[in-house]
Design a protein around this ligand. Structure first.
Ligand code: MG
Length: 501
């Protein structure tokens, strides 16, 4: 590694000393990818053990005296450039988090997460909430203990929010929801009463051949510019992106066998995540700065490609020759028909299948529930009923099974509590980024039509991607977009697309 951006001798030594930490992270990412894709079912027990051990080793490597001494010296250094300051900030934050969590706790939690994920998968298959409940209860208990170890002010949930989104608090999240939920409610009402976007579309029940659909997905990734020598497309029950490093960023999708927009838009979504990692400045490779700024900023990238780009008339028309060539059942459907197929608005139970307009209701629900779970105001035994009640209040529908309700997401089994709000932050930020690119490119959609995805990728690289973790998320947003996160851009985007149509 050359690391020419780290000129200061102490910082460079710090980055070199940190590298084994990065390497264990690299290995953990690969093991995680394998667990979700190709690992034989019974490999779970040994995998859980080895990953839990690696988490502990990573922690020990991070808390070595040699590294802590260098960190202190780097903090005392003057005249550091922005990358160097970023390194010091990121490592200090990791050290603070790691040193607040006892080794035994880290090991036990990692093992619990792996077992809970396995249990969740079985419970979901059998629609058996009782089978997952004891695992979830322990996950919540561990999340709460983690918040206490990390320290918190106001509400234990704040400690968990900060883990996923540096500096994020309940006040920030409430401010966003307070702004967007009333707008979403009124636009949703108007769309439904006026029938602007269809609730159902004949294409939703059409079956596809999985191999043909995979070829479509690959060609759409070509259209977007996914570099196959630095990535892969595989299959997993829950689509995800994982970065082993800036030159190995893999995505997955799933194939349900019908309603092809689900697998297609999962691919476009994950492409957005992957592009972020792939466009980080190569000079930051294998350093503490070589990943996205935060989960919210990450989700802004996936939502931007999935919704702002992917569900636009312009992009649907760009994609339609690929779709028509391979999917014979599309003959007779115009581009405008396809546009309405990918933009149906219908209350549904499943978050990952939700349309652009109702998606944030699903997040709002999870945010309310997990905040109360962590505070101990509700217990896991109350969840199904509370979940169903909120669904009815927000979307007017009531789940009939656990699969359609409380068992649908993998996140809680992963121990990821405090993660869901970053989805809404990302959605809101995506609209703000659209406004910035409109200014920069002289019209995002016009540029997309005339020049393809290239200038859009380049605009995002310059505004957001290149910096990796150099700046904390709030600083990055202000620096790149000229103002702090502002949900008004999202409200305007939603009104424009759904209410004025
Ligand atoms: Mg995502």
């Amino acid at each position: 590694m050359v690391w020419e951006v780290f000129e200061n001798k102490v910082v460079r030594e710090l980055v070199e000393t940190y590298r084994p930490v990065w390497s264990i992270g690299h290995a953990l990412a690969l093991l995680g990818w394998d667990s979700e894709t190709y690992m034989p079912r019974r490999g779970v027990e040994e995998r859980a053990l080895s990953r839990a051990d690696l988490f502990v080793l990573r922690r020990r490597m991070l808390l070595r005296k040699e590294l802590l001494d260098l960190l202190e010296r780097a903090e005392a250094a003057e005249g550091l450039n922005e990358f160097e300051e970023g390194v010091v900030r990121v490592i200090r934050r990791e050290v603070r988090i790691a040193s607040s969590l006892p080794e035994e706790f880290v090991f036990e939690f990692a093992k619990l997460r792996e077992e809970a994920t396995h249990a969740w998968r079985h419970a979901k298959e059998k629609d058996d909430y009782d089978a997952f409940k004891p695992y979830l209860a322990r996950i919540v208990e561990y999340a709460r203990r983690m918040a206490d170890y990390l320290g918190w002010e106001g509400h234990p949930y704040n400690a968990l929010l900060d883990l996923y989104e540096e500096g994020l608090t309940i006040e920030d999240v409430d401010r966003v929801f307070d702004s967007i939920i009333p707008v979403l409610r009124s636009v949703y009402e108007s769309v439904r009463s006026r029938g602007l976007y269809p609730e159902n579309h004949p294409l939703e029940s059409v079956e596809y051949d999985t191999r043909v659909m995979e070829a479509v997905n690959r060609e759409v990734l070509d259209l977007l510019g996914y570099p196959w020598d630095r990535g892969r497309l595989d299959v997993s029950p829950h689509p995800f992106t994982i970065s082993m490093g800036v030159d190995d960023v893999r995505i997955t999708t799933r194939y349900e066998g019908k309603n092809f927009k689900h697998t297609l838009y999962a691919v476009i979504h994950e492409f957005g995540h992957a592009l972020y990692e792939l466009q980080i400045d190569g000079r930051l490779k294998a350093s503490p700065l070589a990943s996205g700024a935060s989960l919210g900023v990450h989700e802004s990238q996936s939502r931007f490609w999935e919704n702002v780009v992917g569900r636009s008339r312009e992009f649907v028309s760009m994609m339609s020759p690929i779709l028509r060539k391979r999917l014979e059942f599309l003959s007779g459907y115009s581009d405008e028909d396809l546009y309405f197929y990918v933009n149906t608005v219908k209350p549904g139970f499943i978050r990952v299948e939700a349309d652009e307009l109702t998606y944030n209701f699903h997040i709002f629900l999870r945010y309310k529930l997990e905040k109360d779970l962590v505070a101990g105001e509700i217990g896991v035994e109350d969840l199904p009923e509370l979940w169903n009640g909120l669904m009815e209040e927000l979307l007017g529908i009531k789940p009939r099974t656990y699969k359609e309700g409380v068992l649908q997401d993998i996140h809680w089994s992963h121990g990821s509590i405090g993660y869901f709000p970053t989805y809404t932050l990302g959605t809101v930020l995506a609209a703000q980024i659209k406004a910035a690119l409109d200014r920069r490119l002289g019209g995002l959609y016009k540029t997309l039509e005339s020049e393809g995805a290239g200038p859009v990728r380049e605009g995002l690289r310059e505004l957001i991607h290149q910096y990796g973790k150099t700046y904390p998320p709030k600083t990055l947003v202000e620096k790149s977009l000229g103002e702090p996160m502002n949900p008004e851009y999202y409200n305007e985007y939603i009104r424009e697309k759904f209410a004025k149509a």
